[in-house]
Design a protein around this ligand. Structure first.
Ligand code: S3P
Length: 429
């Protein structure tokens, strides 16, 4: 699908954000591990969370969706069904990596496959610790999916210091650890999103700036009864759009603001963005607020390596904001962006350059030369089938001197199927 995005003169309105993808996928996977019935409201329609549901069904969970609430009755830790066919994880790295941990821990033989993009994503990072835990994992060359998972021998708990700041890797090892009689210990020198720990009530100890999280069979697995908050990663597109497009005023109710997720809020504020927040009633462990963003002039910013994990999914659209700042901005320590649904550093650089923005690429980041109030060149951008790249290109195009086209725009549905209609509902032209 090709989407034409016309320049906008203002963005105004209230947006009901899609529910948080990371929390939704975990709620489905963790519900599988509980023999009780989990009740989840505000479960998103996006493709990745739907993939999580189809995967847990294949593994024996009973999933009933009445349109208002999803009820999942799991198999419990020891009742996971051996799947007869390969399990398709679609586009979702979270589903593949977390499920691999569960299956390796449970000793349930299975094959995990994914789409073209997922089939290019690195899995060696999970194969190494899971192999140490006793699993036997076959992969395509170079540690790429599909993954064939079995465990013949005994389960071995491990102590594991994260070699990359990845919540998927952390969660994978902790989920496998739930099947060990003795604790598995994961050390996290740089904090990454902590939804797994919160949702499973895992013990976390912080020593010398490092989080140490443990999991074992002694840990009971609670059913997941929750109302999923709005996805901060989806909100970020509107926070940037509302800041850079003049005469904008956008309200985002019920936005999840777990501190391990919303560094982009602090980065945008540092740049001078006008973002107000009003605390809302908290229903679960995840805080949510009503955000209001209005247009403002932006200053350049440096995003430091330690901020990257908590802003990782928002970096492409933060690069768009930098193109309109009054000076030169710099991102460093972000090489992980090259291993997402696409090489996001390269993708956003090419998109900004096609629009006439000066960018220098580095192995671990970008330097972006901003100009306040500029009109960028209308261009044809390729999403590379990456949802966040499609949406970041659309936000940039709102500031075009003429219309732009986004190729493979349907990719947005992976996390935000309502994105294009929301954009239409906000934009004045
Ligand atoms: C996610 C963790 C991050 C993030 C991804 C979702 C999760 O990936 O980019 O969109 O749900 O745990 P990494 O763990 O690879 O950094």
């Amino acid at each position: 699908m090709i989407k034409t995005v016309e320049p906008a003169t203002g963005l105004q309105g209230t947006i009901a954000l899609p529910a948080d993808k990371s929390i939704a996928q975990r709620s489905a996977l963790f519900a599988l591990l509980s023999p009780e019935t989990s009740s989840i409201t505000n479960y998103p329609l996006a493709e990745d969370p739907r993939t999580a549901l189809s995967c847990v069904r294949r593994l024996g969970a009973d999933v009933v969706d009445d349109g208002e609430m999803i009820r999942i009755t799991g198999t419990g830790r020891d009742g996971i069904r051996v799947p007869e066919e390969a399990i398709d994880c679609g586009n979702s790295g979270t589903v593949m990596r977390l499920l691999a941990g569960i299956l390796a821990g449970a000793g349930v033989p299975a094959v995990l496959t994914g789409d073209d993009s997922l089939s290019r994503r690195p899995m060696k990072r999970i194969i190494d610790p899971l192999s140490r835990m006793g699993a036997d994992i076959q992969s395509a060359g170079g540690g790429l999916p599909p993954l064939g998972i079995t465990r013949e021998g005994p389960f071995r708990p491990i102590q594991f210091r994260l070699p990359v700041a990845s919540a998927q890797l952390k969660s994978c090892v902790l989920l496998a650890g739930l099947f060990g009689d003795e604790p598995t210990r994961v050390e996290e020198p740089v904090a990454t999103r902590n939804h797994t720990e919160l949702m499973l009530d895992l013990p976390v100890v912080r020593t010398d700036g490092t989080n140490v999280i443990t999991s074992s069979r002694r840990q009971s697995i609670p059913p997941q009864n929750l109302n999923i908050p709005g996805d901060f990663s989806a909100a970020a597109f509107w926070l940037v759009a509302g800041t850079i497009v003049p005469q904008s005023d956008i309200i985002l109710p019920a936005t999840g603001v777990n501190p391990t997720r919303c560094a982009a809020l602090h980065i945008l504020r540092r740049m001078g963005a006008d973002i107000e927040e009003e605390r809302e009633q908290q229903t679960g462990k995840e805080p949510a607020v009503r955000l209001r963003v209005r247009s403002s002039q932006l200053k350049p910013v440096r995003i430091h390596p330690e901020e990257i994990p908590n802003a990782i999914d928002e970096l492409p659209v933060l690069c768009v904001a930098m193109a309109f700042a009054d000076g030169v901005s710099r991102i460093s320590g972000a090489e992980e962006l090259r291993y997402k649904e696409s090489d996001r550093l390269d993708a956003i650089q090419k998109i900004l350059e096609a629009a006439g923005v000066r960018v220098e690429g580095h192995p671990d980041g970008l330097t972006i030369y901003g100009e306040p109030g500029r009109k960028v060149r209308g261009a044809r951008h390729d999403s590379r089938h990456d949802h966040r790249i499609a949406m970041a290109a659309a936000i940039l195009s709102l500031m075009g001197g003429s219309a732009s086209e986004i190729d493979n725009a349907e990719a947005a549905s992976v996390s935000y199927p309502e994105f294009w209609s929301h954009l239409d509902s906000l934009a004045h032209r």
